[in-house]
Design a protein around this ligand. Structure first.
Ligand SMILES: Cc1cc2nc3c(=O)[nH]c(=O)nc-3n(C[C@H](O)[C@H](O)[C@H](O)COP(=O)(O)OP(=O)(O)OC[C@H]3O[C@@H](n4cnc5c(N)ncnc54)[C@H](O)[C@@H]3O)c2cc1C
Length: 270
C-alpha cells in the first residue's frame, strides 16, 4: 500500500480544507469496506485519506422532513434495514441493503459509500433509482442536489466535483400507492457481488419503473408498463466477465423483472 496522510477531522471546515489541499488525490473514508480493498490492491493511490466518522454533525440518522426521508451519509446498511420508516416506505431498499456483503460488512458499509463507490453492480443503486433518490452534496463553496439518475458517470466515476462530498440522500416519500421489490442473482449464496440485480416499482395505473445493476456501465433506470418488460430489459448493455456472460445476464434480467413485478403487484394489492 502506498503511504498516505491520514486525517480524522472533527469539523466540516477541516474536511473541506483537507479535500481542497489534496485534491484531486484525496479519498473520503466512511465505512472503508470498498476503500481499504482498493488501497491495499494499489488501485487507489491517494496522497491523503479523510476519515469523516468523527465530524461533528456527520449524520448517522434517518429523518423524515418535508415529504422526504433523509438518510445521513453515516447511515450503515444495518441502520437502514432496521429503520421502521425505511421498511414502511422503501421495502426494495431494505431487501437490497440486507444482502450487501455479510453482517460485519453491513455494520460498517454506508449507503452513501455504496453509491460513491459507483460500482455498476452496487446493490442499493437500483432501488434508490426506482424511488427517485436525490443526493445532497456539499463543498466549501456550498451545497447542491444531484438526482441519482445523473450521479453515476461510469464505473467508479460520479458527478461529484473535486472538493465535494455526499452529506445525505433524500428519498421522496411516495404520495400514491405503489408496490416495489428487489431481486439479485449471485454465483453462490452468501457473500458475493451481484451477477445482476434489479429493482422494480409499479403503481395502480400499471406504470413500471425499473433499474438494473451489473447490466450496463452504470446502474440504469428505465420506465414502461407491465406489458413492456422485454423492451425495458432490452435496454440493458451487459458485458461478459468472471461473474457471468452477457447473454446469461440479459436473459436473467427478464426473469428477475417478471419476479420483481409479481412481488411488487402483490405488495400494491396489500
Ligand atoms: C467482502 C465484501 C463484500 C461486499 N459485498 C457487497 C455486496 O453484496 N453488494 C454491494 O453493493 N457492495 C458490496 N461490497 C462493497 C461495499 O461494502 C459497499 O459498496 C459499501 O456500501 C461501501 O460503503 P463504505 O461506507 O464502506 O464506503 P468506503 O469504502 O468508505 O468508500 C467507498 C468509496 O466512496 C467514497 N465515499 C464514501 N463516502 C463518501 C461520501 N460521503 N462522500 C463522497 N465520497 C464518499 C470513498 O472515498 C470511496 O471512494 C462488499 C465489500 C466487501 C469488502
Amino acid at each position: 500500500m502506498q503511504p498516505f496522510a491520514y486525517f480524522r477531522p472533527e469539523s466540516r471546515g477541516e474536511v473541506f480544507a483537507a479535500l481542497r489541499e489534496f485534491a484531486p488525490d484525496v479519498r473520503i473514508l466512511a465505512g472503508g469496506t470498498d476503500l481499504m480493498v482498493r488501497l491495499r490492491s494499489g488501485r487507489f493511490r491517494p496522497n491523503a485519506v479523510v476519515d469523516v466518522k468523527r465530524v461533528s454533525g456527520w449524520s448517522s440518522q434517518i429523518v423524515e422532513t418535508e415529504g422526504v426521508l433523509r438518510v445521513g451519509a453515516g447511515v450503515t446498511m444495518t441502520d437502514l434495514v432496521s429503520a421502521p420508516s425505511v421498511q414502511q416506505h422503501f421495502p426494495a431498499l431494505v431487501e437490497a441493503a440486507s444482502v450487501v456483503g455479510s453482517v460485519q460488512i453491513r455494520n460498517r458499509a454506508t449507503l452513501a459509500g455504496n453509491i460513491c463507490n459507483a460500482s455498476p453492480a452496487a446493490d442499493t443503486a437500483p432501488p434508490l433509482l426506482v424511488y427517485g433518490a436525490v443526493v445532497n452534496v456539499a463543498s466549501r463553496a456550498g451545497e447542491r442536489q444531484i438526482p441519482l439518475s445523473e450521479f453515476f458517470l461510469g464505473p467508479g466515476r460520479t458527478a461529484l466535483a473535486a472538493g465535494e462530498l455526499v452529506e445525505s440522500i433524500d428519498l421522496p416519500i411516495p404520495v400514491e400507492a405503489a408496490g416495489s421489490a428487489f431481486q439479485r442473482i449471485t454465483r453462490r449464496r452468501g457473500v458475493d457481488l451481484a451477477t445482476a440485480n434489479l429493482s422494480c416499482s409499479v403503481n395502480r395505473a400499471g406504470e413500471v419503473r425499473m433499474a438494473f445493476g451489473a447490466a450496463a456501465p452504470i446502474p440504469l433506470l428505465v420506465t414502461g408498463t407491465a406489458a413492456s418488460l422485454e423492451e425495458m430489459t432490452a435496454q440493458a448493455r451487459p458485458i461478459s466477465d468472471v461473474r457471468g456472460g452477457a447473454a446469461y445476464r440479459q436473459a436473467m434480467l427478464l426473469v428477475m423483472a417478471r419476479r420483481a413485478l409479481e412481488v411488487s403487484l402483490g405488495r400494491l394489492r396489500q
